[in-house]
Design a protein around this ligand. Structure first.
Ligand SMILES: Cc1cc2nc3c(=O)[nH]c(=O)nc-3n(C[C@H](O)[C@H](O)[C@H](O)COP(=O)(O)O)c2cc1C
Length: 184
């Protein structure tokens, strides 16, 4: 089983990336092969809305998305991790999400391989879990178009400094446990 972690934070080794890494570490304990992808280390141009992808010609932009879509297609599970910026995902997450549009046919169906699961990992400052549910729901909605089904959600607030997540060992255990369940 292959599990891909995608981290959108510009802070390398920050809280949301670390939360994703704990999920991946739990999955590895159960024998999964894992890979972490930091969106900031890839070249992902924003969608121009040219609709070439809806004319059967695919996306005209040549950048890292081609490889990332192949990686996603090969993965059994996606763990998407993001910091919360102004109550939503951070800016770097959106070009990636927008460009997934190219995987949808004109009728919004897709040939993308089915049967995949996804989990979401969010960290934030002062917001409570119920305030983060819409962000989790949004991600599950987007990836639902590609056939991903909901396999879990983990979040932690009060994570301001890059290593604040370390103050929450129970959350780290929860993330690792989530990772283990993803393999089953
Ligand atoms: C521009 C910006 C906007 C933010 N907006 C929010 C917010 O609306 N709600 C919140 O609880 N935290 C907010 N935060 C705090 C981050 O979500 C928090 O520090 C997060 O854990 C950072 O994740 P990272 O360490 O992976 O980068 C914001 C931080 C920044 C830099």
């Amino acid at each position: 089983m292959k599990i891909i972690g995608i981290a959108s934070s510009p802070r390398k080794g920050g809280n949301s990336q670390t939360l994703v890494e704990h999920v991946l570490s739990g999955a590895r304990e159960e024998g999964a092969e894992t890979e972490l992808i930091r969106l900031c280390e890839r070249n992902i141009q924003p969608c121009t809305g040219c609709n070439s992808c809806k004319s059967g010609n695919g996306c005209i932009i040549q950048d890292s998305m081609e490889d990332l879509c192949d990686t996603l297609a090969e993965a059994d599970v996606l763990v998407f991790g993001s910091p919360i910026y102004w109550s939503r995902l951070n800016a770097q997450a959106y070009p990636f999400i927008d460009r997934l549009y190219a995987l949808l046919k004109p009728d919004f169906s897709t040939d993308f391989p089915k049967g995949k699961k996804m989990a979401v990992a969010l960290t934030c400052g002062g917001m409570e879990e119920e305030q983060l549910n819409p962000v989790n729901d949004y991600l599950k909605f987007v990836f639902g178009f590609l056939g991903f089904t909901d396999a879990g959600f983990v979040c932690q607030n009060q994570c301001f400094l890059p290593d604040d997540l370390a103050k929450y060992p129970d959350k780290i255990k929860e993330a690792e446990q989530l990772g283990r369940t993803l393999v089953k």
